[in-house]
Design a protein around this ligand. Structure first.
Ligand code: SF4
Length: 326
């Protein structure tokens, strides 16, 4: 029998290339090997977007269109909306009661985000408890594996701690101790060389038009020492070159040669990158257009996914209540 995994994405904006190489490409591979539950994590989005909830409903359908356009297959995987499966909150409530506060206060990402994010007040009860909700998300499906980046490992350890605590308190091996599937994603930077993020306004969206892609790529930072056309460049420190490596690897050697021997200017190098990227994104755009015209189909996929997820999660809650004699 296939092992089960759970992963999700917060619907806080349009998806971009960072989501494609950082998560979706990996999800696409996992869906053949595992029984996958992929959720639109709208409760998690609410924790930072509670003052701007309009963005959540706008993004749910749009994000799922991107998932399917890039290759997530609703026939193979269960796609659902977290807030439509109330059992996540029921298990979150149970886990909240048995999780010591110190476990949450020690969480490195909690401390880091409180320090770094100044645009909204995250000093809330919900935000402190979000790793508990994550544990509930994972364990309500008894997921044995969770695809994560290195920064999420402490959260997964917390999930295992919570599972251990429940199993030992109620003397029943109900929950598994899920392992990480460490995501080996290529490091894709934004147009300005910082981490790709909508808050830095440095993304290339999966739904960006061809014209927008061309314009955005022309703004990309390059080798700062290559000022004139005759200057020889250093592709290894150029962000444009890293895009070639990730999206059009078959051109890597050629581009390196153009650059190191000053055979082509940066403007032309970027123009060719834009054309290659547009070509690469064509099948996604085509599928996207088709699905955007038929949002009813996406809603139906999500309804079916919600139903499947709910059926699984209800059974877990029933078992948890029995173990707790509630
Ligand atoms: S030629 Fe291309 S790879 Fe070289 S510095 Fe310019 S943009 Fe970068």
């Amino acid at each position: 029998m296939k092992k089960r995994i759970l992963s999700g994405m917060r619907p806080t904006g349009k998806l971009h290339l960072g989501h494609l190489v950082g998560a979706l490409d990996n999800w696409i591979k996992l869906q053949d090997e595992y029984e996958c539950f992929f959720m639109v994590a709208d409760w998690h989005a609410l924790m930072s977007e509670y003052e701007n909830t309009a963005v959540l409903s706008e993004c749910v359908i749009d994000n799922v269109i991107d998932w399917i356009s890039t290759g997530i297959d609703p026939q193979k995987s269960t796609l659902f909306i977290q807030s439509q499966v109330p059992q996540h909150l029921e298990l979150n409530m149970i886990f909240s009661c048995l999780t010591p506060l110190g476990w949450l206060e020690r969480c490195p990402t909690y401390k880091e985000q409180l320090r770094e994010i100044k645009t909204r007040n995250l000093n809330t009860y919900g935000f402190l408890g979000y790793p508990v909700l994550q544990a509930a998300d994972i364990l309500v499906y008894k997921a044995e594996k969770v695809p994560v980046g290195e920064d999420q490992l402490p959260h997964l350890e917390l999930t295992r701690e919570i599972a251990r605590r429940f199993n030992s308190l109620y003397k029943k091996e109900l929950f598994p101790y899920p392992d990480a599937i460490l995501t080996k994603a290529p490091r894709l930077l934004g147009l300005d060389g910082r981490k790709m993020s909508k808050s830095y306004d440095n993304t290339i969206g999966l739904s960006d038009s061809e014209e927008t892609i061309k314009k955005k790529i022309q703004t990309m930072f390059t080798d700062p020492k290559r000022i004139k056309l005759a200057d020889k460049g250093h592709p290894d420190i150029c962000n444009v070159f890293s895009y070639y490596s990730i999206f059009i690897p078959q051109m890597k050697n050629e581009v390196s040669d153009w650059c190191r021997n000053a055979l082509l200017g940066c403007t032309d190098c970027k123009k060719r990158l834009a054309l290659g990227l547009i070509e690469k994104l064509k099948p996604i755009h085509k599928k996207r257009q088709e699905l955007t015209k038929d949002k009813g189909r996406i809603k139906k996929i999500l309804e079916e996914g919600n139903k499947r997820a709910k059926a699984f999660a209800s059974k877990t809650i029933q078992d948890a209540r029995e173990a707790m004699k509630i």
